[in-house]
Every structure is written in structure tokens, then in C-alpha cells.
Design a protein around this ligand. Structure first.
Ligand SMILES: Nc1ncnc2c1ncn2[C@@H]1O[C@H](COP(=O)(O)OP(=O)(O)OP(=O)(O)O)[C@@H](O)[C@H]1O
Ligand SMILES: [Mg+2]
Length: 283
């Protein structure tokens, strides 16, 4: 049985395995990709951002926390069941990204029908029973809404940084905002906004703002965090997700590929969140 580091109490598992991400000495940055609203592109952004971070030389993992509606394995083309090594789950790797998802453990045509406590337990096992290795970034693809998963994250991953995805229209912004308020309530640092489906560019360079404009910037200003990027609406992004070959893999030099690379760079540039308050900094 492994021992816990420092004075940190093992958050959980009955075998007493420590959760490597709950310790203050964990070197991994945990990025929660959230939105109160469904279908705004959380999973697509998680997957492409992870590939962008890996391409920039970081060691990256994705924890698909959408236990009921998992989509990451299909989007990453990682369909094989994980292997076991010394009693731990080895996460499959695709395009330099390690991934764990409920999708590896239930047949495709079977729904996951669980109550909250089981969901909580599954998320815990994804942290404690999976050999994540020495990763620098763990991205959490969160389900829509502001429910159980965020609560579990605040308990198991107290150092996780939250990022909010929104589309540009006011209605989406208001719903996305709820996940930001939830993060604040749970004391999870909110680090930035990512706007998705910002515009569609025609081959001759004309931009159409199909879902309106300005929602991402407005939300970021309201929340007092940076707008980290605007991701255009591109058919290749959807196709990449459907085919299990993210656009960040197939066409990193495209407009959308560059947008993801820029968001990845901005997140790296933000650095780890400081728990210390501004006025306590030694200058
Ligand atoms: N920028 C984009 N351009 C084109 N298609 C996109 C874009 N972003 C997302 N999509 C498509 O929109 C659909 C929803 O995206 P996705 O599954 O990533 O959203 P989600 O927020 O994770 O949804 P859910 O709330 O169900 O988890 C997918 O078919 C995806 O391919
Ligand atoms: Mg999703």
C-alpha cells in the first residue's frame, strides 16, 4: 500500500491508495472545462486543447468526468479497453494524450444508471486507481450543468482551475455564467473564458457571426477573468470529433488549429493558480 505525502489525508479509496492530485506537492495542473450549458463544445475543446498542450511538449491526460454521457474516447479515437498493470489501470494514449473514461468500462449500448454516490466513487477511482504517471496537465471534461461532478472535483481536486466555455449569444452566456458562480461557491479558482463557435469563415475570408458576438468577452469581463480565445465554427472540427482524429491533429496549421494552440499557450502562460491573495505577495 502506498503512503500519502506529507500530512495529506488520503482522500479515499478503501484500499487507502492516495489521490496523487490532492497533494499540495502534485506537479500536475488540473483544468476543469465546464459550462452550465450542454452542447457548447466542452468535450471538443477539452480534446483539442489536450492535443495542443501535448504538441507543445507537455505531458497531458484527460479525465472524462461526463460519466453518463462520455464522448472523449470516440473523439480521440481511443477505443481499446485500458490495460491493467500491478493492479492499476493504465490509461490508453492517443495523439500523446492519456485518457480515462467510463466509456472504457461499459458497452456502447448500455446506459450508465447511477445515483450520485456511485458517480462520486467512480470519479475517485479515476484518480486513485489510474496510473497517470508524471503528467503536467490533467484536463477534466465536465458534464453540462452545475451538479455532482463539480462537487466531487472540489473535494478530490481542491487545486483544480476552472475554465468556462460559452458560445457568443447572450442566452448561452447567462447559463455558462452559472458554472462560474458554482466554481466560486466551491472555492475553485476560475481562470478564464473560452468562446466557441465564434464565427464561420467562408473560403474567401468572409466572417459570419452565426451565434451573435461579444458573449465571451462580456462574460469574461463580468467574471473578472481573461477571454483566452475564440474558436471558430468549422466543419472539420465536428468531423474530426466524429472520426476520432481531432482537427488539432489533422490540421494544426488551420485557423481553428492556431486558435487552440493560442488557448493552450495562454493557459500555460497563466501559470498555476495562486492561493495566496494579491496583498500577501512579497515584492
Ligand atoms: N467550433 C466548432 N465547430 C464545429 N462544430 C463544433 C464546434 N464545437 C463543437 N462542435 C460540435 O458540436 C457538437 C457538440 O460539441 P461537444 O460534444 O464538444 O459539446 P459539449 O459541450 O461537450 O456537449 P455536452 O454538454 O453534451 O457534453 C459536436 O458535434 C461537435 O463536433
Ligand atoms: Mg461533452
Amino acid at each position: 500500500m502506498a503512503s500519502t505525502e506529507g500530512a495529506q489525508r488520503p482522500l479515499g479509496h478503501e484500499e487507502g491508495r492516495p489521490n496523487p492530485f490532492s497533494s499540495g506537492s502534485s506537479k500536475a495542473r488540473v483544468l476543469g472545462i465546464s459550462s452550465g450549458k450542454g452542447g457548447v463544445g466542452k468535450s471538443s475543446i477539452t480534446v483539442n486543447l489536450a492535443v495542443a498542450l501535448a504538441a507543445a511538449g507537455h505531458s497531458v491526460g484527460i479525465l472524462d468526468a461526463d460519466v453518463y454521457g462520455f464522448s472523449v474516447p470516440a473523439m480521440l479515437g481511443a477505443q481499446d479497453a485500458p490495460e491493467m498493470s500491478e493492479g492499476r489501470v493504465v490509461p490508453p494514449e492517443a495523439y500523446g494524450v492519456r485518457v480515462i473514461s467510463m466509456g472504457f468500462f461499459v458497452p456502447d449500448d448500455q446506459p450508465v444508471i447511477w445515483r450520485g454516490p456511485m458517480l462520486h466513487k467512480a470519479l475517485e477511482q479515476f484518480l486513485t486507481d489510474v496510473d497517470w504517471g508524471d503528467i503536467g496537465f490533467l484536463l477534466i471534461d465536465m458534464p453540462p450543468g452545475t451538479g455532482d461532478v463539480a462537487l466531487s472535483m472540489s473535494q478530490y481536486l481542491p487545486a483544480s482551475e476552472m475554465y468556462v466555455v460559452t458560445t457568443p449569444q447572450p442566452a448561452a452566456r447567462r447559463v455558462a455564467q452559472r458554472s462560474a458562480y458554482m466554481a466560486r461557491k466551491l472555492n475553485l479558482p476560475l481562470r478564464g473564458v473560452i468562446e466557441n463557435m465564434s464565427w464561420y469563415s467562408t473560403p474567401d475570408g468572409q466572417r459570419y457571426e452565426i451565434f451573435g458576438s461579444g458573449g465571451g468577452l462580456q462574460l469574461a469581463e463580468e467574471l473578472g477573468v481573461p477571454l483566452l480565445g475564440q474558436i471558430p465554427l468549422v466543419p472539420a472540427l465536428r468531423e474530426g470529433g466524429d472520426q476520432g482524429r481531432p482537427v488539432m491533429v489533422s490540421d494544426p496549421g488551420s485557423e481553428v488549429g492556431k486558435a487552440f494552440a493560442a488557448v493552450a499557450e495562454a493557459i500555460v502562460g497563466l501559470g498555476r493558480s495562486r492561493v495566496m491573495r494579491e496583498e500577501l505577495k512579497i515584492r
